[in-house]
Ligand binder design. Structure first.
Ligand code: GUN
Length: 306
């Protein structure tokens, strides 16, 4: 019988980051700046409403200003553009997050592009996607991959020359993670496989760091994991569970019990990557507020100059 993997506790790590964020917010407030995050939620989606409430609570706990705009599912494109334009122009708002998914009649792309890139704390605007890809620090990195990189750093998981294998090809998690892991600094080699890869097991078995982000419960089993690997489970799927008072429980993409017997470190679901996401979103918002304050100071200096 193998020794069980070390559990990488996202709840605890995110608590530490949120405390750091709160200290930075206190400093900014002392200088007259209150970082503000606006979340735009369109229609009624149970899971989204839960996320949005926890984002708002986390903002308040960190001393930040939060605003939630809940729009009806029937909102027109023109109305939604108007809301985004208003937030772009609002000096109290430093970060704007358009909660996805949108109702089926609205393609998210033009709305994400309408958000001022300087307020795009989700990192979904093409300008920020491009900046993150070329390693330009002015970009905002999406919260989930940023959270995974932060867990890797704080848990001192070696990346230099190691082989990271990513399962999934999403723009929100896998693509940014690919460029973050291979960048100077982490210096990992990266392989990415996805739903059209006929057999992912030969690849996952080569991973020193395995990141699974597809939303298929139980996809990765113990026989697919290299002994000692660090496993990050990004899946969040609700499965029916009559024993749970909510009628469901949340599971990841990794067979946690089985893989824990083989891996060196593993994130649980819930309580792994999930809580990191909100912490990193707050951090991006504080960074957006800091940059805005710096721009304002520069503008004021220029105006004051003779
Ligand atoms: N829906 C689920 N996760 C996210 C996220 O990180 N950002 C946005 N905008 N929508 C989401």
């Amino acid at each position: 019988m193998n020794v069980s993997a070390r559990i990488v506790d996202g709840t605890e790590i995110s608590r530490a980051i949120r405390a750091e964020v709160a200290a930075e917010v206190a400093q900014l407030r002392a200088a007259g700046v209150v970082p503000g995050l606006a979340v735009v939620l369109v229609g009624a989606d149970g899971a989204s409403e839960v996320y949005v409430r926890s984002k708002a609570r986390a903002c308040r706990e960190a001393g930040m200003h939060d605003r939630t705009l809940h729009l009806p599912a029937e909102v027109t494109a023109e109305e939604l553009y108007g809301v985004i334009d208003g937030l772009n122009a609002d000096p109290d708002i430093h970060g704007i997050l358009l909660q996805l998914p949108l109702p089926a009649h609205l393609n998210p792309k033009p709305f994400l592009e309408r958000i001022d890139a300087a307020k795009d704390v989700d990192g979904f605007h093409p300008l920020n996607v491009g900046r993150a890809f070329i390693g330009d620090p002015r970009g905002f990195v999406p919260a989930t991959p940023a959270g995974i990189m932060e867990m890797i750093r704080r848990e001192q998981i070696p990346t230099q020359g190691r082989h990271a294998v990513i399962v999934g090809r999403s723009l929100i998690v896998s693509k940014p993670l690919m460029s973050l892991l291979m960048a100077p600094g982490p210096n990992a080699g990266v392989t990415l496989v996805h739903r059209h890869t006929p057999d992912i097991a030969p690849f996952t078995r080569m991973a020193d760091i395995l990141i699974v982000a597809v939303g298929k419960p139980g996809l990765v089993t113990a026989d697919m994991v290299k002994p000692g690997a660090a496993v990050f489970d990004v899946g969040i799927t609700r499965v029916p569970d009559p024993a749970d008072p909510r009628g469901y429980r949340v599971v990841g993409d990794v067979d946690h019990a089985g893989v824990s017997e083989v891996a060196g470190a593993i994130t649980p679901v819930p309580g792994g990557v999930g809580p990191m996401t909100i912490a990193m979103l707050l951090r991006n918002t504080v960074e957006a507020a800091r940059r805005d304050a710096a721009r304002t100071r520069k503008r004021d200096r220029r105006r004051a100059a003779p």
